[in-house]
Design a protein around this ligand. Sequence first.
Ligand code: 5FU
Length: 283
Amino acid sequence: SSHASQSYASRIPHFTNPAARHLLECIERKKSNLAVSVDVTTKAELLAVVEAVAEDVCMVKTHIDIVEDFDLDLVERLSALSKEKDFVIFEDRKFADIGNTVSLQYSSGVHRIASWSHITNAHLVPGPGIIDGLASVGVLLGRGLLLLAEMSSKGNLAGGEYGAACVRAAREDTTGFTCGFIAMDRIHERNPSSANGDRDFLILTPGVGLDVTGDGKGQQYRTPDEVVRVKGCDVIIVGRGIYGSLLTEQGKKDPQHALRSVKEQAERYKQAGWEAYQKRIGA
Ligand code: 5FU
């Protein structure tokens, strides 16, 4: 039977992964299934957006390699905010290399992702060794991994048998490190299996917008209602729909005004995501 009809709270005991449990607990405490994708290129902007949305989100998603003035102080501040404001950090790194290389990319380099990001993600293109490589760093730190089983962008190659293979690999991961998928629906429930077939996974879903259906560069948007109620996804990931006001001419001239709009949009998406969830579980 589908875990989609169960409340977030009731699903917590089914997860052994500490980061997955942390996320479900945050969602339940804050009554928010909203992740904000903060794709801005300076430390100051990143922290300003996070502060503006912090109250309304269960998760902040980063692309840390786009920050021009990155330093470890940024991740220290982000970590402090994650504790103070109660949200999970997800570095959307999309690892895609052999196990040995990804273990180094995850633990080391400039960004030391494993030291501050509760959850990260990976493509399965290199095979299951990528999971083992990341797990060799992440498990001891209590981190979690999402496999990119599907993508939101037009013409992406991750459909069909590829997604099914991601589901199999997640079920076969005996370390418990893999705790969910980036996907467009409850992909594991479309791909049943006798081995670990009942195991619950989190579905985090980008490509969410209330006002537009695309960005002219391949992104495709669906509404929170479609994603959460109809398709049964667990977390909506919203980027420009929330921080977009900062990118306009007006927003650059008057960042304080733009940040108020960022906060308003976060409230709007939070409400839409939670209403869709309540309808889904029949609350
Ligand atoms: F895996 C994926 C995917 O399939 N689609 C995505 O859009 C990740 N993303 C990310 O979500 C993308 O890299 C952005 O960081 C974010 C979506 O941002 P938007 O501004 O809401 O389009």
